[in-house]
Design a protein around this ligand. Sequence first.
Ligand code: DGT
Ligand code: CA
Ligand code: CA
Ligand code: ZN
Length: 606
Amino acid sequence: MNKNEIADVLTEIGTLLELKGENPFKTRAYLSGARVLESIEQEELDTLVREERLKSVKGIGDALAQKIGELHTTGRLEFFEKLKASIEPGLVAMLEVPGLGPKKIKAVHDQLGVTTIEGLAAACADGRVAALAGFGEKSQEKILAGIRNREAYGKRHLWWEAQAVAAPIVAGLRALPQVARAEAAGSLRRGMETVGDLDFIVAATDVVPVVEWFVSQPGVKEVTARGETKASVRFESGLQADLRLVPVEQFAFALHHFTGSKDHNVQMRQRALARGLSLSEWGLVPAEGDETVKAKVQSAQVSGLKSQVSPPASPSAPVASEAELFAVLGLHFIPPELREGLGEIEAAEAGELPRLVEVGDLRGAFHNHTTASDGRNTLSEMTAAAEALGWDYLGIADHSKSSFQAKGLDEERLAAQVAEIRALNASGRFKTHVFAGTECDILPDGRLDFDDAVLAALDYVVVSVHNVFNQSSADMTARIIRAIEHPHATMLGHLTGRLLLRREGYQVDVTKIVDAAIANGVVIELNASPWRLDMDWRHWRKAAGRGLLCAINPDAHETAGLSHVGAGINSARKGWLTKEQVLNTRSLAAVKSWLATGHWSLATSH
Ligand code: DGT
Ligand code: CA
Ligand code: CA
Ligand code: ZN
């Protein structure tokens, strides 16, 4: 295990011990152990473990050193496994409810005997929670609202997490000898920010072994359907997956149909009908006589499946790929990300589809954190990771002083970091150039967290809202616009502050903010963190069409987080963005000159 994974385990141990009511000194030792690990470099940790010198580190005692060593070497910890097994799963699940920490969970458990989220909801509903010391009406309301949100949000999953489940399944399916083609379809393939369920489409010569393989994947908790052309499973995470098996000549039609979206499919079918053709998941046949409908009547009873629909009797136009399917209907290939029924068919007909930005176009990114604020890897670790990705530049934008909970840097620490970055660049240690920036808090009145002279010493400035979210839309919009108008603002971070499936963003007037950004030559970031994807893809096409420049920023808090740009690319593509509309596709030289002059003059050129 690497140091961040070990730190995660230690943090979880601390939380679980607190849940059990252990001595606070003991629980705190794990949490501070986690912080210590985050602040040293991976190589240093490797050496300390190898030379058995972990105990010599301040804040790491005998017991902790032994556990870190075990995790580092084996990736497992018996103590942790036993601890997890000793706690009711319902209590652990409660940790996900906003407004509930380990102390409060222990209180409701000990005093009300509540062991499940359902039990907790009932205790809130009849007022027993409010009556407990340290709770009250307000806190009871918040817990109940948190439980309801969790139910609503629990039905969907982050694209990033769904992709991590889907990728090995697609690879595994393709490796089966009976499988000719396999693809993940649905919202996952369209790059939606959240995914309801997974949809796999497989062309196979022999279906039984494929279904067998699919339902016995690790993490499958329940097989909800199993037939000759379809199987469905539910994973432990709650995520569900459908597998559909088709003959190879139907593959392109099935893949297109189950990729969706529904709106796109409806428009495609209308287009086919206008040409006298009927398009379905099985094929493309003459519309007259409508074989498709007749065929639907015969339904096979297969165990676990409600009904089974057969393909049409008359042969479909042979179509070997989606590209051919689009071509038959007089369209250029429409990338899955654009298939939302938002004008992509018209653009494909006119030959006006954009050449969408790709991960390989990115040459760096601007908004990233280090251990100086709330990141978990040091400046040199982050730079090494950027270099390994082949990036020409990496922007470091740690938090500013008002974000004290994130160890925001004050003027003095910021100056030291800038000096460190300049020295690192001068040393020639890495091929990747590091830009010195800040993620500067936008104060409640729209002023920035640093004085002009401090900001002027930096290569660039990301401005973001991190507190006082409850302003009116008008006040929040004015606050953000004031920051955008600041002469030192380079880009706006996470426009709405939303956390997908966890927290709605604050209310803002997006159009007004986009206008202000364009007028001031300020970039708006597409925050690529899989939890954010903010500004939302639905705004980008129009905004970029009016001249707004985008930066796809991973907001990485550790080296692994740099790869989150992949999630940002999905959203950028859904927003019809091209390489030219994304600042961090430009060369180092172009970005340097843009930062030095460009965005100031852009304003006057409009
Ligand atoms: P999700 O799973 O909620 O994130 O969204 P999707 O888009 O993956 O939806 P899903 O899994 O229900 O179905 C996959 C695709 O199959 C969907 O995007 C379009 C197609 N599809 C499913 N049901 C219908 C339907 O009733 N009409 C049409 N036209 N297409 C459908
Ligand atoms: Ca789906
Ligand atoms: Ca589905
Ligand atoms: Zn931020």
